[in-house]
Structures are given as C-alpha cells and as structure tokens.
Design a protein around this ligand. Sequence first.
Ligand code: NAD
Length: 262
Amino acid sequence: MPVSKARTVVVTGSTSGIGLGIARGFAAEGANIVINGFGKAEEIEVIRRKLEDEGAAAALYHAADMTKPDEIADLIATAREKFGGVDVLVNNAGIQHVARIEDFPPEKWDQLIAILLSSAFHTMRHAIPLMKENGKGRIINVASAHGLVASPFKSAYVAAKHGILGLTKTAALELAQSGITVNAICPGFVLTPLVEKQIPDQAREKGISEAQVKDEVMLRLQATKEFVGIEEVAAAALYLASDAARSVTGTHISVDGGWTAQ
Ligand code: NAD
C-alpha cells in the first residue's frame, strides 16, 4: 500500500461551493485530497488538476453518492488504498429543499436526511478505525446556522443540521481519548449554487421577488448584512484540522455574520 507523508483529506461534496473551497485550502497546504460530488466528468477533471496545480500532493476524485452506504464505504476504502488512510474527514455534501411541511415530498425528506446526516454517520464509521490505527484524526462536519436555529419551509434541512451537531458531540465524546477531534462549522448564508437555487423557491413560497429574498430574508438574518465568503469557512476548517485545535472537540464554530447572536 503506497503511504504518502502528506496528510490525506477527504471532503464530501467538493465539486462545488464550500466543499471545493475547503479542498482548495487543504490543497494549498500540500495535502492529498479526495474530492467527491456530482458534475460533468470533464469539469471535475479540471477541478482535480487545478487542486494539484494549487499545491495538493495528489488529488483524486471519487463519485460516491452520499445517499448510498456502499458507495460511501468505497470512498473511504479508496482513500486508504491510494493514500494509506484518512487524516481529515470533512462531511460537507448537501442539498436543500424548501417547502411547507404539509407539501414536503416524503422522498425529498429522506434524500435530505440521507445526504446531510446519515452520510456523515457512514463516512465516520469507516474512517474512525483508520484514524484510531494512526492514533490521530480530525472530523469536521459542515453544519449550518440552521443547526442552531430554524427557518420556516426548511424542515428536513433544519432537522438534519440539528442532528449533525448531536452526532458531532457524541462522536467527540467517544473519541476524546483517541487523539481524534470532532467538530462542526456553522456557516450563515454563503452565495453558492445551493443558495442560489433556493432563491426562486423562497420567492414563490413567500410571494416576494428574488431580490427581496436575498436582501430581506437571507441578509436580514445576518447582522453584517453581507454573505459569508467560502474562504472564511475554509479557514475555520483549516484551523480545526491544525495542531493548535487539538483541545477543541465536540463543539462548533459559527461563521454566520452574527446571525445566531440575535
Ligand atoms: P453546493 O451546491 O455548492 O455544493 C454541494 C456539493 O454537494 C456539490 O459538490 C454536490 O455535487 C454535492 N452533492 C450533492 N448531493 C450529493 C450526493 N448525493 N452525493 C455526493 N455529493 C453530493 O452547496 P454549498 O452551499 O457549498 O453547501 C455545502 C455544505 O455547506 C452543505 O452541507 C450545506 O448545507 C452547507 N451550508 C451551506 C450554506 C450556504 O449558505 N451555502 C450555509 C450553511 C451551510
């Protein structure tokens, strides 16, 4: 089995948005990166190569669908096979669906819970034994301000994000004496494709314009009145993965422009 000295970082849902930003942050530190997520093969190959150009020791793409436990198992097994293990696991993949509970399609509920919550259980149950073998590891769950507070029409998302904070705390306690920390990041609104897609849905649900959703619904919640930058969330992930954060476990870092201070 080839073993590289560089740290190996697996980031789920990293073909876009926050996950890609986190992958780029670790690439710049010279890590082996395993990216994952959907997209066109040729565009993903451009992303993969760019990560190597930006400093990754190596970048590998794995197409695991985060609703499929067998594919998730293969993602972690592949990281071990290619790079010898997993040093940092970032559970980030996500989607959103916006509807009233009574109109919320049950299959959408199941899909959101699978991607946003159950996938992290599956990546963790396969990665933890590898981290224990190494005597160290970092697990970082990208939650949300919606892990701490709710908004209407986002029942599955809010439930999953509250759930992942519970999973984070439980895992942190289980692993506290194994050299493995488990934390979450709770971003506010970051202008990524996930957020851009929900603007028309929110406008329809609330009967307002798309510009009003941005200014009066999303940024109303952020005290700074500004969207959070992808690189700000990536910086929090890099900190949580650093030696300086070895006593930080079972908690979250909010990067939400003051949203949850209200
Ligand atoms: P995005 O749409 O830009 O990226 C989502 C990524 O997840 C993509 O790579 C996509 O291909 C991947 N993905 C979706 N379904 C998948 C599946 N079944 N299997 C594997 N990969 C899948 O979204 P984003 O805004 O960057 O969101 C990333 C994470 O950040 C999510 O967990 C989201 O809930 C969280 N978050 C986002 C915001 C925000 O404002 N954008 C705020 C708080 C938290």
